[in-house]
Design a protein around this ligand. Structure first.
Ligand SMILES: *[C@@H]1O[C@H](CO)[C@@H](O)[C@H](O)[C@H]1NC(C)=O
Length: 300
C-alpha cells in the first residue's frame, strides 16, 4: 500500500531523530525517575529501550501451576505491600524489533482512530478481518471508546504529544512533570516468577495520570486519572533467579466504582469495594505526576 510505504519512509526519519534524542538524553539514569524539563525526551528514553507490546494476542507463556493466564498476575492487595513479602508477578518482555512504534502526531492524526473506521484501518495495515491483529485492534478501539467510570477521566493517546496534552488538562503545567516507569535492572527472559519485595518507597502525589500501552499497529497509550484515592510506590523486587526489578506500583484504595468483571477481582477473589487493589506496572507503562516542591519520600 502506497500510503503505508510513505509512512514507512517518514517513520525512518523519525526513528533516527528519536535515537539522536535518546542518545542525547540517556546519561545512565537507571533509577527511572525522570524529572524536569524536556519531558518528551525523557518519556522517550523511558519507553524506548524495552518492552513495547506487540500485536501478539496468543499467550506464548507456559501455564505454570495456575490455570489462570499468568499475564494477569500483577494484582495484589494493600496488606501484601510489605518488605519481605514474596509473590508471583508477571512482567511482559517484548522484542523492540517487532513492537509497535511511536508515531509523530501528524502521522497518527492523519488516520482515523475509531471503531466504525475499523474496516478501513484494516486495509491500511493489510490485516485480514479474521486475523488476531484485527481482533486486537478492535478490542483496543472498543476499550478506548468505552465510557469512563464515575470519577474517572480517560483518553487514548496515539502520540506522545497528545498524551502530554491530556496530562496537562489533568495535572496542570507539565514543566514540573515527573514520569515513573518500571525498570528491569537485569537481563533475562523470565517473565513469570516469584519476587520478594525488598524495599518500598511511596511517591507522594495528589493526582496522577497512568498510561498503559495497548495492542495496536503503532503505539497507543490508554491514559486515565481517577478522583478516588490512589497511592504510588516504587518497589525493589528480587526475583528467584536473581533478576532485579525496580517496579512501579499503584494502589487503588477505593474500588467501589469498578465493574464486577474487572480481572483483578477474579485474580484476588474479592468483591468490588471490599478491598484496595494494587498492581505492578509493566516497563512500557507510564505514571505521570506533578513534581512536589518538598521531596519527602516516606520509606515503609
Ligand atoms: C512461587 O513459589 C511457590 C511456593 O514455593 C511455588 O509453589 C510456585 O510454583 C512459585 N511460582 C513460580 C511462578 O515459580
Amino acid at each position: 500500500m502506497h500510503a503505508s510505504r510513505n509512512m514507512g519512509q517518514k517513520y525512518k526519519l523519525w526513528i533516527i531523530f528519536l535515537h539522536l534524542l535518546i542518545i542525547t538524553c540517556s546519561s545512565g539514569s537507571r533509577g527511572r525517575e525522570l524529572v524536569g524539563s524536556g519531558t518528551e525526551n525523557k518519556i522517550l528514553e523511558a519507553i524506548s529501550d524495552e518492552n513495547h507490546p506487540t500485536l501478539h494476542t496468543e499467550h506464548e507463556h507456559e501455564h505454570v501451576h495456575s490455570h489462570m493466564d499468568p499475564s494477569v498476575m500483577v494484582f495484589f492487595t494493600f496488606k501484601d505491600l510489605k518488605v519481605g513479602k514474596t509473590m508471583e508477578v508477571y512482567f511482559p518482555k517484548r522484542d523492540p524489533a517487532t513492537s509497535p512504534k511511536l508515531w509523530p502526531r501528524e502521522e497518527a492524526d492523519s488516520l482515523p482512530f475509531s471503531l466504525n473506521q475499523l474496516p478501513n484501518l484494516l486495509k491500511v495495515f493489510s490485516y485480514s478481518p479474521s486475523s488476531p491483529q484485527a481482533k486486537a485492534m478492535e478490542d483496543t478501539l472498543r476499550e478506548c471508546e468505552s465510557k469512563p467510570i464515575k470519577g474517572e477521566e480517560k483518553f487514548c493517546a496515539t502520540s506522545l504529544e497528545s498524551m502530554l496534552d491530556f496530562t496537562q488538562t489533568i495535572l496542570g503545567f507539565t514543566h514540573d512533570l515527573q514520569v515513573f516507569t518500571t525498570s528491569h535492572q537485569t537481563k533475562s527472559s523470565v517473565t513469570f516468577q516469584n519476587y520478594t519485595l525488598e524495599n518500598i518507597v511511596e511517591i507522594p502525589a495528589s493526582k496522577m495520570v497512568a498510561c498503559h500501552t495497548m495492542p495496536y499497529p503503532y503505539t497507543v497509550f490508554y491514559c486515565h486519572s481517577q478522583e478516588s484515592e490512589n497511592k504510588i510506590y516504587r518497589v525493589g523486587l528480587g526475583g528467584e533467579n536473581g533478576d532485579r526489578v525496580e517496579a512501579m506500583v499503584v494502589c487503588h484504595m477505593d474500588t467501589s466504582q469498578w465493574g464486577h468483571s474487572h480481572v483483578s477481582f477474579q485474580v484476588l477473589k474479592v468483591e468490588p469495594g471490599t478491598t484496595s487493589v494494587c498492581h505492578f506496572f509493566p516497563a512500557d507503562n507510564l505514571i505521570l505526576v506533578q513534581k512536589l516542591q518538598q521531596h519527602s519520600l516516606a520509606t515503609m
